[in-house]
Design a protein around this ligand. Sequence first.
Ligand SMILES: CC(=O)N[C@H]1[C@@H](OP(=O)(O)O)O[C@H](CO)[C@@H](O)[C@@H]1O
Ligand SMILES: [Mg+2]
Length: 546
Amino acid sequence: MVMASLEQAANLYPIPPGLAIDYGTAGFRAEASTLPSTVFRTGVLAALRSRQTGAVTGLVITASHNPEGDNGIKVADPNGGMLLRDWEAAATALANAPTSEALAEAVQQLAVREGIPAQAPSGTVLLARDTRPSGPALAHAATQGIAAVGATVEDRGVLTTPQLHWMVRATNRAEAATEQDYFRTLAAGFRELLLLAGAGRPPLAPLLVDGANGVGAAKVERLGALLADTGLAFRVRNSGQPGEGRLNAGCGADFVQKEQAPPAGVTLDELRAGRGASLDGDADRVVFYHCDEEGGFKLLDGDKIAVLAAGFVNEQLQALGDEGRRWRVGVVQTAYANGAATDYLRNGLQLEVARTATGVKYLHEVAVQFDVGIYFEANGHGTVLLSAALLEWLHQQSKLEGAPERHTAVRRLLALAGTVNQAVGDALSGLLLVEAVLASRRWSTADWDALYTDLPSRQLKVTVHDRSVITTSHAETRAVTPAGLQDAIDACVAGVSQGRAFVRPSGTENVVRVYAEAAMREQAASLANEVARIVHRLAGGLGTSP
Ligand SMILES: CC(=O)N[C@H]1[C@@H](OP(=O)(O)O)O[C@H](CO)[C@@H](O)[C@@H]1O
Ligand SMILES: [Mg+2]
């Protein structure tokens, strides 16, 4: 590596005064104008990771559900998953190195620590961005960073986050890895699942899709066009076209899930006729909703998707008898999972449920330990992963003669692995997964919703002077600091029927998140309010108390 050229290139991207940025829940995120140096340096890091592993890595420029003026950057590891956690600290160190000399030094240290030989292959990074106006300039900064350490960049243009992750995984497996291949793979899996649903199934109902005015809108249109002959009809709202609203403003998966309300441009009346779904700003999350019998808005969140997927997988494995039952199925959730969902998975479906900290990188790590690992955050970010051993066994089984039900189960599981992105959570996969399972089961949205009843819950955000004063333990369900915070929360929860509440600093926004659930809606809301006031009082709240 030629450090002089790195230093020279880095001089064009000086770090803004006072910058302190952290590789958080899902990469770096901040107001876009503060990001060029961070993005340049993350380009350097992704190139080094590629060089170290001898495989391509990926970079996506996006701030997902954040407002349009923010942006960010995430690294895709060679397996298509999130950046190895060991490397996150290096990403933070590189981003915060105060001068270009300090950056070169940090790069040297990383090269030594990770044993990256000077003569290693130069490295290749696949690059993509979402639709934010700040994207092209930041993509240029990333390109410069990648080039500064002699690696090659392949700019794939505007893509969803999961598309880029899928491409990284496919490239490193020497599989076809263009965007067209991505669409073809998902579509082929979906067609197979529909075929196996049998001739008697009702036609697919049209689905309203809220594209959050982001990258997912155009991609979902393309997917829909490819599958039009199956009867799948996406009616896209918040498409980001001129005249529509702004990215994530009053729409998108995060808004709908947190507010438990329909997105802009979708009325309850329309939902009476069919279900809707909302993607987030980079299309790695999806939540569904419908209008219930009382005429109210009902959310079907990531927990509901996990339950639907888990039940379907479970049923296929059961159909394979003792041999099927020897494969371990596990569902991974975070503390935000509704208590009723966890209960249904454990006691209704008799499945193993694991719990991790927030952020799909943690869920994914645990999910890969199962033969079928199903993970979804309540906000709709997740996927279904099938192990290599299970896939190989299924391929063998698919070649054998056997009872038709057995054969169907094998083919369904294989089709699932194509439909559902095996690299990361993917909203487009989520749409197809839900539609295919509902069609297979001949279920309406109401049938799906009726599997279990969510405990009422409420989420709030509190702005504090420094959110890092809150530290947590037990998968973020207990506050360790500041002193007295957890005791005060415990005291509030104590009197509430089926009450549960926790707080944690967000890793993507400058807020503290409050979660509360309880047997009754009003109790969940007042518990959340009370806890928010405690946070404001004990953790340095800004402005007036909530
Ligand atoms: C409560 C919640 O939804 N938190 C989200 C949010 O993280 P925070 O660290 O809570 O800001 O964004 C993450 C990235 O999309 C996602 O993984 C996570 O689940
Ligand atoms: Mg996202």
